[in-house]
Design a protein around this ligand. Structure first.
Ligand code: ZN
Length: 261
């Protein structure tokens, strides 16, 4: 497995700087090595040390969930072992009856951040990626354990790459769309966030250090299966696509699995 920078239809090998106080996370490998880019070869673009996710961070999603708007960011952890690539399968275990999607903008940390002010928050971001915060609603709500219900293996498709900030004119005005079998289920834009990316990074970094490679999932807009009437959950064979204009698109198929591997 290699880390590459995309340059037109070529992939150029880069290395990731070490995690200790690095000024930049990605450096080109010398001598430069290049290959023709093959999208099918992509795996998740980062292996996060941690994934911090935010609940109810779009006004329309808070309303469809029947919950009050949060006064502070509602944080939860998603375990890094849930990460899969942009085209990998999402596993549906036999005991899960309420498998749901959440299309989300992912923010990848590039520089260590501890107690940073909002106005410097973007300086700590390497770039943006596309995520699906897959959720087993039955496991999430039966006893209130969000981390378990959102951390099953394969519940965090990420990718297809990290789009560095210099390529994104305004990260807070990006259309985000989720489709299931081609049908639009979520359509919003990142300008609808209740807590903006700088708000979230400043808030998180007050309590714990954000390290290069960590991923912040910024919340999902309205239109999740749970919010539909009647609720509509994912079934084996369904194809879920999350598309963020200017960032990229991931496409994952739901597969029923036996539960042991
Ligand atoms: Zn979410």
């Amino acid at each position: 497995m290699r880390t590459v920078r995309l340059d037109g239809d070529e992939a150029v090998e880069v290395s990731l700087a070490d995690r200790d106080g690095c000024e930049e996370m990605v450096r080109e490998v010398t001598p430069a090595r290049r290959w023709r880019f093959d999208p099918a070869s992509l795996v998740a673009p980062v292996r996060p040390g941690k994934i911090i996710a935010v609940g109810l961070n779009y006004r329309d999603h808070a309303q469809e969930s029947g919950m009050a708007l949060p006064e502070r960011p509602l944080l939860f952890a998603k375990l890094p072992s849930s990460v899969v690539g942009p085209h990998d399968d999402i596993h549906l275990l036999p005991e899960v009856t309420q498998l749901d999607y959440e299309g989300e903008l992912g923010v990848v940390i590039g520089r260590r951040a501890r107690s940073i002010p909002r106005e410097h928050a973007w300086d700590h971001v390497l770039g943006l990626t596309v995520a699906n915060d897959v959720s087993a609603r039955d496991a999430q709500f039966v006893d209130g354990q969000w981390t378990r219900g959102k951390s099953f293996d394969t519940f965090c498709p990420l990718g297809p790459w990290v789009r560095t900030l210099d390529e994104v004119p305004d990260p807070q005005a990006l259309p985000i769309t989720t489709r299931v079998n081609g049908e639009v289920r979520q359509a919003s834009d990142t300008g609808q966030l209740i807590f903006s990316v700088p708000d979230l990074l400043a808030y998180c970094s007050r309590y714990f250090t954000l390290e290069p490679g960590d991923v912040l999932l910024t919340g999902t807009p309205a239109g999740v299966g749970l919010g539909r009437t009647p609720p509509t959950y994912l079934r084996s064979g369904d194809v879920v696509e999350v598309d963020i204009a200017g960032v990229g698109r991931i496409r994952n198929t739901v597969r029923a699995v036996g539960g042991r591997s």
